[in-house]
Design a protein around this ligand. Sequence first.
Ligand code: PEP
Ligand code: MG
Length: 883
Amino acid sequence: TKYVYRFGGGANDGGAGDKFLLGGKGANLDGMASIGLPVPPGFTISTEMCTRYYQDGEVFPDSLKAEVAEGLRHIEAITGKNFGDAADPLLVSVRSGARVSMPGMMDTVLNLGLNDATVEGLAQVSGDERFAWDSYRRFVQMYSDVVLGLDHDAFEEALEIMKEDNGFFSDTEMEAKHWKALVAEYMALVQDQWGKPFPQDVHDQLWGAVAAVFGSWQSERAKVYRRLNDIPAEWGTAVNVQAMVFGNMGDTSATGVAFTRNPSTGENLYYGEFLINAQGEDVVAGIRTPQYLTRQAREEANAKPQSMEEAMSETYAELARVFDILEKHYRDMQDIEFTVERGKLWMLQTRSGKRTAKAALRIAVDMANEGLITEEEAIARVDPMALDQLLHPSLDPAAVRDVLTKGLPASPGAASGLIVFDADTAERRNEMGDSVILVRIETSPEDIHGMHAARGILTARGGMTSHAAVVARGMGRPCVSGAGSLSIDNKERVLRIGKRELREGDTITIDGTTGEVMMGSVPTVQPELVGDFGVLMGWADKVRRLKVRTNAETPEDCRVARDFGAEGIGLCRTEHMFFEASRITNVRQMILAEDEAGRRAALEKLLPEQRADFHSIFEVMAGLPVTIRLLDPPLHEFLPHSESEFAEVAQAAGVGVEVLKRRANELHEFNPMLGHRGCRLGVTYPEIYEMQARAIFEAACDVAAESGAAPIPEVMIPLVATRRELELMKKVVDVAAEMVFAEKGRRIEYLVGTMIELPRAALMADEIAEVGEFFSFGTNDLTQTTLGVSRDDAGRFLTQYVDKGIFARDPFVSLDIEGVGQLIEIAVQKGRKTRPDIKLGICGEHGGDPASIAFCETTGLDYVSASPYRVPIARLAAAQAAL
Ligand code: PEP
Ligand code: MG
């Protein structure tokens, strides 16, 4: 097998653009080189090598040596420099590159090829001794950190002391002799910490770096990231070895990162940051505050230092030309790294840029309108789950704010939470149910789990392209970065902002849209979904076949869902109405009744309340189908559990504590999920379902009389396992309907159907469909009963099940298609055989999960039903499934 692929200088080794083989970075370097853009020559060791490396027990095959040697000769031939040549050395960068960009892996080693001899040669040919020694110290520091795994802080500290001893404030004051002295200190640190001298052989250096890249694929950080992002471990990473170009060769040199459109807002404007006389890591690490790329951006930010457009107008014009070529070529917004070496532009990387949901929408819609992509492609470009970001609240403009400081608006959205200073605490407090804001000087890949656990992220250092900003945008977490006035004392666990002092556990609010940091918890408002959102949703609605309904039981939720485009209610859980504080007393009276007469008396009082509930829902959902599920949970859920509650409840219900306790005891169940619940309640106490049915039809008739728009009630019976259960319950509902219609002097169209949430119901769907007029798959219970995994207890072990690959994803979040999905397929097929026009939907949590929605599309369901905030996600996912 061939493992090394060269790029640059007109060489093309095949595999061009193949991300699977070359990784994302390698494929795009090859791609840029092949369309004639200025790319320093190099070669890529393919992802196949990574896989083999692990298969073979972390050793390289002999054949790789020769291939790498040939790769080096390719670079040498084009640059005219030789690797390890003491007179005029070739230096290379070594970078990882998985198929998708993946924080948590070894990222980059720059200036590789420097040693005690070649540094002198570099000083000679560049005519810049300071530059040569600065490059050497950077290399030793980076290599020691990422390849040798030595303590990074010790190196930073040595640099700080060196500066202090010389009375310097910034790195730029360091001269050649200082860098040289620092290198000597670094060498001693390496010897001390590593027990061996720093590798002087440039080939040892190279192989060390290559092995470190492959080794980092199995680092804990990388594994966490893969788990959070569903990236398979088999993919592996590639390694890119490329000739160095230098952005730190004086004031005509620079380095920068840029986006071809604004990744935060999606505006079609170049966007980026650059630093004069610097190397790439200086921008990303946020050590110096970068300058703006365009004049417009600089002026808008009221910043002083010249933009690249002003400071290097010719190179900037060339860069702008490259941006346009890249966007046309890749037909997407690009995220670019570049270096200017003595006025000459070099492209180091391009990839599809990460963006906020807002930007994703705008870019997709704009590009379709520009004719760069089709409407279908625009639909496919937006991750449905990313819409979540847009659907969440922003700060109430009318709210009083106590603004502590302002940083960069790095990732939009507002969040409040308790201050925590490290990722582990963030994770722990989150598990305890607290909302937290992770506050760090700057973040690094070690913080990923904490960033995930936090509601928002606040950093003191770093720009819009810092680690914190990029990762937060990708995760959809609000982030304020580079809030320079923060002073964080990790030891004392305090945060100082000016004269104010905040402690860990104090509440703050951050607004990632404006960059503001506020004291306390600031109220928020719902987003308005217009503009690009509306346009894309309109396109999605044109192509989707599945209808989208919502799970809701309050008029407010119904209204939100309708605004989000819900086309009906797929699940109204009536027990939520029973739990309402104002009526729980009547519910308890019903439960405590000793006989049917007593129950009926209590139900009599509940009837007008239920009727009013349905009345207001029918008003909001006028003309749309509304699926109402009759009472489902076991009755003891409505009774108190603690001693203190018993007395209170007994008094309110007008019974003795002893009576209440006896009844609670009678109702106690060892396995309530499989106990006296669902239609079993209706079978034993038909008067409950009778009252609910009556409330539904009375409300429906009233709304029809008042508004002329009759709702279409679909009465749904839960937890049915047999045809006979459904038959009995349908009878109760039909009798109630006829009585109400006779009393009201009008008829309403309605259906009676069932949930399919037990395996037996799925298997016997042909029989059940003889009675049931619709099926709604209750995949929460169906997953629980098919897997024999309790939905309430699964949390304790499911993470491990996912980690160990037993389940690809949590089956309560994303449908187990092979198992539970098979039961759904059987039920669909059998149900249709009996009743060809049977209405089929899904109302478990999976109705809002894109992968499960794709399954519902192929299975031919009529609709999915999701919680209100998931309705837009479901609309887009349904459209993508139909493409
Ligand atoms: C289900 O079981 O999937 C369902 C929607 O019902 P619930 O979650 O109320 O049990
Ligand atoms: Mg259920």
